[in-house]
Design a protein around this ligand. Structure first.
Ligand code: SAM
Length: 271
């Protein structure tokens, strides 16, 4: 477990994932009934963009720092996301559990799972003021399956592993398929890096053949060469109605400042 998200926080792929998370949570909040957010690989919550790790890679410079000051008019999900990031402070970047915690209502709750003890301890401190948030120090894959189906019967499950292990795609696919069997109506956001287009495509195929009937693929790719990852994907199972259209507008807004293309494709279902 060498991966530390502090090296990558706020990069172009992180930004796209977090904007999608915000947009999905905003859609879920249109209904009064409460929901759960389960973040299986939660990280430490808040990242210091002037810290040693972030300054070593400078990945945020080609990510959040290119869009931090975008002005209205902005699509709703993007505007809310930028408000949240700016509220964290100029040199800070909030990760997925903090973003979720800030958007939850009293009837909603967050379960954040993190295996690394130091990251989990930092996250517990960050989430201490959030009464409806719980941090579990555990393996995100196996622990997720014990939490499904949630009593609310409404929920977002973010699966955002570090992709350190050689069999991560395999374990990820197996876990999501098992989770779908227990909670078929959940909204699942499954992040993956695209180092090999063929491997990413076969992963998407596996989830499709597992019977997901509403499956949207977002893939963000940098147009300019640079160090580090060039492209990443997010599979969204059971996306809320209207989400794909909103992400099209958001992709148009981000294209120029991020120098990145957001490809959006229905693999199953759709309007
Ligand atoms: C990509 S980062 C998460 C970033 C976070 N979701 C965000 O968007 O801000 C992956 C995290 O998973 C943690 N991790 C690694 N293996 C894990 C496992 N088996 N279960 C839970 N967490 C794990 C790492 O310590 C790291 O903090």
């Amino acid at each position: 477990m060498n991966y530390r998200h502090a090296y990558h926080a706020g990069n172009f792929a992180d930004v796209a994932k977090h904007i999608a998370l915000v947009a999905i949570l905003e859609y879920l909040k249109r209904k009064e009934k409460g929901f759960v957010v389960i973040d299986t690989h939660a990280g430490r919550g808040m990242y210091d963009l002037l810290g040693a790790e972030a300054t070593k890679t400078s990945e945020a410079l080609a990510g959040i720092e290119k869009i931090r000051h975008l002005q209205e008019p902005l699509p709703e999900g993007l505007a809310t996301y930028l408000d949240l990031v700016r509220a964290a402070g100029a040199s800070k970047y909030p990760g997925s559990p903090l973003i979720a915690a800030r958007l939850l209502r009293p009837q909603d709750r967050l379960v954040a799972i993190e295996k690394h003890p130091e990251e989990a301890a930092a996250l517990s401190k960050e989430l201490a003021p959030a009464p409806r948030a719980q941090v579990l120090i555990a393996d995100g894959y196996s622990r997720l399956l014990t939490l499904l189906p949630p009593y609310e019967r409404r929920g977002v499950i973010l699966v955002d592993p570090p992709f350190e292990a050689a069999d991560e795609f395999q374990v990820l696919a197996g876990t999501v398929i098992a989770a779908l069997r227990k909670f078929a109506t959940g909204v699942y956001m499954v992040w993956y890096p695209i180092k090999s287009a063929a491997r990413a495509a076969s992963f998407c195929g596996e989830l499709l053949s597992a019977g997901a009937t509403s499956l949207l693929r977002l893939e963000i790719s940098r147009e300019e060469p640079g160090q580090g990852m060039r492209a990443a994907g997010l599979l969204v199972i059971n996306p809320p109605f209207g989400f794909s259209e909103q992400m099209v507008s958001i992709g148009d807004k981000l294209k120029q400042p991020l120098a990145a293309r957001l490809g959006i494709q229905w693999l199953a279902g759709g309007p």
